[in-house]
Design a protein around this ligand. Structure first.
Ligand code: MN
Length: 196
């Protein structure tokens, strides 16, 4: 059985940037639905993180939906771990690499925000690393995961309308800017530190 991670904080933890109703619906309805859909499609024992690279082990007719729903779980697990009630800067090797490649965290943040503003349609902006530690900021559509491209996702912002629409309506750029006050790089820093 595939499952989502427990939400790492309460439904009001991201207020006022993300309102309680949005977070509740996002986690309990949208996120859990990807797991429900995936379990209805397959009883595979392939670990969730390996599904994108092993998609050819699923029946051809199911691959599109398996990949979509596995991506939905993986991307939301990362999104919820990329936020917290208090902002936290990257640490250790990740902070050093960001400072080295982008000049400063503030410049990195500016480039990430501009990337988010340029996404067309539904998707995510990710900070990813390749298998030797090179960082890149990328946009991917829908529920595509960087794992499909041999990239390891470290941090992400969900840009689907359901992530912000109740509060921000058509003002996606305001959500894109405000969400950074809840950005939390603890998970990203740990992942990077353990890899390199
Ligand atoms: Mn979402």
């Amino acid at each position: 059985m595939y499952d989502v991670i427990p939400l790492p904080y309460s439904y009001n933890a991201l207020m006022p940037v993300v309102d309680e109703e949005t977070l509740n619906i996002h986690y309990n309805k949208h996120h859990k639905k990807y797991a429900e859909n995936l379990n209805n499609l397959t009883n595979s024992n392939i670990p969730l993180e390996q599904i994108p690279k092993r998609i050819d082990e699923f029946p051809l007719k199911d691959r599109g939906q398996v990949l979509y729903n596995a991506g939905g779980i993986l991307n939301h697990n990362l999104y919820f771990q990329s936020l917290n009630s208090n902002f936290s800067l990257p640490k250790g090797k990740l902070l050093n690499k960001i400072n080295n490649d982008y000049g400063s965290f503030d410049n990195f943040k500016k480039i990430f925000i501009n990337k988010s503003k340029n996404l067309v349609g539904s998707g995510y902006t990710f900070l990813v690393t390749d298998n030797v530690g090179n960082l890149t900021i990328i946009n991917l559509p829908n529920q595509e995961t960087p794992l499909s491209y041999d990239l390891i996702p470290l941090f992400t912002i969900d840009l689907w309308e359901h992530a912000y629409y109740l509060k921000y309506k058509n003002n996606r750029n305001t959500y894109i800017e405000n969400i950074w006050s809840k950005a939390n790089f603890d998970h990203a820093s740990k992942t990077y530190e353990n890899l390199f």
